[in-house]
Design a protein around this ligand. Structure first.
Ligand SMILES: NC(=O)c1ccc[n+]([C@@H]2O[C@H](COP(=O)([O-])OP(=O)(O)OC[C@H]3O[C@@H](n4cnc5c(N)ncnc54)[C@H](O)[C@@H]3O)[C@@H](O)[C@H]2O)c1
Length: 312
C-alpha cells in the first residue's frame, strides 16, 4: 500500500491516538492544532505512549524512536495539509467549529485529498453541505484509542463519492484497522447505538433494584464481554443453536422481543443519587481514577497483543 502523508487536524486525545496509529503503520503524520503549544505537547505525550507500546510488542518490531520520527509538528494548517492524501480531523465536538474548519480544509487541501472526521455525534451531511468539495468528505469514527481498538466506523454523507469511501476503507485496512462501512447515515452510527441499548438497560436494572452496579458490570466483564471480544451477536446466535442462526431466530426471537419491549427510560442521575455513585466511589475513589485508567489501558494492551497473536 502507498504510504502517503496524513494530516492530523486537532491533537487532543483522539488526534494523538490517530497519529500513533498512522505512523506505526509507516505513514508520515503532520500534527496541527490551533491552540498554542498543543501540537508540541501532543507529540511529547505520543512519545510516552510509544514507549509503553514498544514495551508490550505493539509497534510491529519498530522502536518508539522509529515511529516518532514519522510524526512532525506542522507550523500551520496549510503546512499540515501540504501533500496530504488524507486529513483526519479530530477537532472539538462543536458543530459550528467543524463547519468553519471544513470550509478551510476544503479550500486549502488538494482536490484529491480525503477529508475525514473523527466525530462521534454528527453525521457528515451536518457539517459538509456548504462545501464545493463535499463529495470528498465523510466520517471515519474511531473507538478510543485507535492504536489498541481496530474497529473504525466509516459513514458517508448522501453526497460522498463512493471512491472516497473505498479509499478510506483501503487506507484503514492498510494500517491494520478493521473498518465498518455503513451504507448511509444514521445518528450514533453503529457502535454507539449498540452501546446505548446496553447502557440504558444497565441503568434500568439498577434503578429497578434488581442488582447493584457491580453485579451488572460483572455480567459483562465476566460474561458477555468475553465472547464479544472475538465475535458479535450474529455469530453468537449462529453458534448457540444446532442449525445455526435460523434455528436460533426461531427459538429465541419471541424471548428477546419480550425482553426488548419498549420501557420507560431510566433516570441516570437519580439512579446515581440513590447509591450508584457511592458504590462506584467505594470501588475507586475519585482521586484514583487516573490510576484505574492506566490499569484499563494495560488490560487493553494485553488483549490487543492476545488478539494479534491469535490472528497470526
Ligand atoms: N474522546 C473520545 O473518546 C472520542 C472517541 C471517538 C471520537 N471522538 C471525537 O473526536 C473529536 C475530538 O475529540 P477529543 O476527545 O480528542 O477532544 P479534545 O478536546 O481532547 O481535543 C480537541 C483538540 O482540537 C483542538 N482544536 C480546537 N479548535 C480547533 C480547530 N478549529 N481546528 C483544529 N483543532 C482544533 C483543541 O485545541 C484540542 O487540542 C470529536 O469530534 C469527538 O467526538 C472522541
Amino acid at each position: 500500500m502507498e504510504r502517503g502523508r496524513i494530516a492530523i487536524v486537532g491533537c487532543g486525545l483522539v488526534g494523538r491516538g490517530w497519529a500513533i496509529t498512522f505512523a506505526r503503520a509507516g505513514h508520515e503524520a503532520a500534527l496541527f492544532d490551533p491552540a498554542e503549544g498543543a501540537a508540541e505537547a501532543a507529540r511529547a505525550r505520543i512519545a510516552t505512549a510509544l514507549d509503553d507500546l514498544a514495551a508490550v510488542g505493539l509497534l510491529e518490531g519498530q522502536t518508539a524512536g522509529d515511529v516518532l520520527a514519522r510524526i512532525g509538528v506542522a507550523p500551520g494548517l496549510e503546512a499540515a495539509l501540504e501533500g496530504a492524501v488524507h486529513v483526519q480531523e479530530s477537532a472539538p465536538e462543536v458543530l459550528e467549529v467543524k463547519r468553519a474548519l471544513y470550509l478551510d480544509l476544503d479550500r486549502i487541501a488538494l482536490p484529491e485529498t480525503v477529508l475525514a472526521s473523527s466525530t462521534s455525534g454528527f453525521v457528515a451531511s451536518s457539517f459538509t453541505d456548504h462545501l464545493d468539495g463535499r463529495a470528498r468528505c465523510l466520517v471515519n469514527h474511531p473507538l478510543n484509542p485507535p492504536f489498541l481498538i481496530p474497529c473504525v466506523e466509516i459513514c458517508p454523507a448522501p453526497w460522498t463519492d463512493a471512491a472516497v469511501v473505498e479509499r478510506t476503507r483501503a487506507l484503514m485496512e492498510g494500517i491494520g484497522q478493521s473498518p465498518i462501512v455503513m451504507t448511509r447515515e444514521l445518528d450514533g452510527f453503529i457502535v454507539n447505538r449498540l452501546q446505548a441499548a446496553l447502557v440504558e438497560e444497565a441503568f434500568r436494572l439498577v434503578e429497578g433494584g434488581y442488582a447493584s452496579a457491580g453485579e451488572v458490570d460483572r455480567a459483562v466483564s465476566e460474561g458477555l464481554g468475553l465472547r464479544w471480544s472475538f465475535m458479535g451477536p450474529f455469530e453468537t446466535g449462529d453458534l448457540n443453536a444446532q442449525g445455526g442462526i435460523r434455528a436460533y431466530a426461531k427459538l429465541y426471537q419471541h424471548v428477546f422481543h419480550r425482553l426488548a419491549q419498549p420501557q420507560p427510560q431510566a433516570d441516570w442521575l437519580e439512579t446515581l443519587d440513590r447509591g450508584v455513585e457511592a458504590e462506584m466511589r467505594a470501588r475507586v475513589p475519585l482521586d484514583r481514577l487516573g490510576e484505574r485508567s492506566l490499569w484499563r489501558d494495560r488490560r487493553l494492551m494485553a488483549l490487543a497483543v492476545h488478539k494479534r497473536q491469535q490472528e497470526r
